[in-house]
Design a protein around this ligand. Structure first.
Ligand SMILES: Cc1ncc(COP(=O)(O)O)c(C=O)c1O
Length: 422
């Protein structure tokens, strides 16, 4: 058999030389070339919200592709981008008044960092330090790797990465240390922005912290004139139980990044929303103050139309009650492991649940991660543990019996890899 020329992301082809072709998607399932129906318990890397191929979104894509393809997004605009921007402003935290489009979560964060630095530069203030949280993940470009956790994923590129200030993760009982560290860092001057994933640090191991810590961090930022950038790329669109995770903290960010569920997961698109103050810092007749950022596919009209359809689904269908149902269901099912010593740190934020398998070898590269993945794959379940951290982040259309299959498989995995529960 000839080898595929395709180089897949986050894949060691020396261990995984071949992979199954997916021939269709439907609801909570991927359907492969052998007609296996694979339950997508991680929403295809956290993008699919309502389920694969929601008819309203697919219709909008079909209709938009009758009249549009890519359109240059300087000098010209188009209805899907305009309608989407207005819709996003309406549902986002108050104060966010402008929308800058790009095409992935990483670019949404890059744009946010440039907006923050540009705001201070254009107003003659010397602030260029970025504060982030330990275990954070914001993407895989050079800039977003710089602001993310350092480790095996980016050691090779270390010479190119810029320095940032890191706050300790607010472990339960140690929240004040995080707040004090931020206050102290901000006092030392030169801090432009705090960049943070709200409530759940996803790729860093589904580490969760409370809305009150997020609120307290924002209060400190405000006190020191530090801009708050909220990275809602993973948490947005209902994952943590509310439309945006930051809604639970009642905060008003200066900049908010969204992607993944923005189009319901159907097409790549991202938006970075900002306040008038950030926009106005770039507003001038002086061309040197222009926001110098673009990418060829900015505001692709078909992707924008898909996102407008997503907004329509949120306003016309009972999405919030589906999220509430899934949140309650996940909570009930997770409880079966509450006293199970084979698991640690059982946790939930809205529709997301996570638990650590109590085995000594942990971390992303631990063999257990790969072995668990294969174990779930054999059962036609798409679950990709982060090392020994098993998490579920299904689309909102998932049924109770499908959730039961997932928790039964987790139990069985523990039987196989650790032993039966005591
Ligand atoms: C919080 C967060 N920010 C940014 C990104 C990067 O998004 P993308 O993979 O679309 O570039 C991710 C991706 O998982 C993410 O979870």
């Amino acid at each position: 058999m000839t080898r595929s020329p395709v180089w897949h992301p986050f894949t060691q082809h020396g261990i995984e030389p071949t992979m199954k072709k997916v021939v269709a998607t439907n609801g909570a399932y991927l359907i492969d070339e052998d007609d296996n129906h694979i339950l997508d318990a991680i929403s295809s890397w956290w993008v699919i919200t309502h389920g694969h191929r929601h008819p309203t979104i697919m219709d909008a894509i079909r209709r938009a592709s009758d009249v549009y393809d890519q359109i240059i997004f300087a000098e010209y605009t188009h209805a899907p981008a305009e309608e989407l921007a207005r819709g996003l402003i309406e549902i986002s935290p108050a104060g966010l008044q402008h929308v800058f489009y790009s095409d992935s979560g990483s670019t949404a964060v890059e744009v946010a960092l440039k907006m923050a630095l540009g705001s201070f530069y254009n107003t003659g203030q010397r602030r260029d330090r970025i504060v982030v949280m330990e275990h954070g993940y914001h993407g895989d470009t050079i800039g977003t790797m710089s602001v993310g956790e350092r480790g095996i994923f980016n050691t090779a590129y270390e010479p190119l990465l810029f320095g940032v200030d890191r706050l300790p993760f607010p472990e339960p009982g140690l929240e004040q240390e995080t707040l004090d560290a931020f206050d102290q860092t901000s006092r030392s001057g030169g801090v432009a922005a705090l960049l943070i994933e709200p409530l759940v640090l996803g790729a860093g191991g589904m580490k969760m912290f409370s809305p009150s810590v997020l609120r307290a961090l924002c209060t400190i930022a405000q006190r020191h004139g530090v801009l708050v950038i909220i990275d809602e790329v993973m948490t947005g669109w209902g994952r943590t139980g509310s439309l945006f995770a930051c809604d639970q903290a009642g905060i008003l960010p200066d900049i908010l990044c969204t992607s993944k569920g923005l189009t319901g997961g159907s097409l790549p698109l991202a938006a970075t929303l900002c306040t008038s103050a950030v926009f106005d810092a770039h507003l001038s007749t002086d061309r040197r103050k222009t926001f110098f950022h673009s990418s060829s596919y900015t505001a692709n009209p078909i992707a924008c139309a898909a996102a407008v359809a997503n907004l329509k689904i949120w306003s016309q269908e009972p999405v919030q009650s589906r999220i509430d149902r899934l949140t309650a269901l996940q909570g009930r099912k997770l409880r079966r492991f509450a006293e199970d010593r084979r698991f640690r740190n059982i946790r939930q934020s809205g529709t997301i649940t996570a638990l650590d398998m109590a085995i000594p070898s942990s971390g992303y590269l631990a063999d257990i991660g790969l072995r668990l993945r294969a174990f779930f794959r054999e059962r036609q379940l798409l679950v990709r543990p982060l090392g020994n951290v098993i998490y579920l982040m299904p689309p909102y259309c998932v049924s109770e019996s499908e959730i039961d299959r997932l928790y039964d498989a987790i139990d069985e995995a523990a039987n196989v890899f650790i032993g039966t529960s005591a």
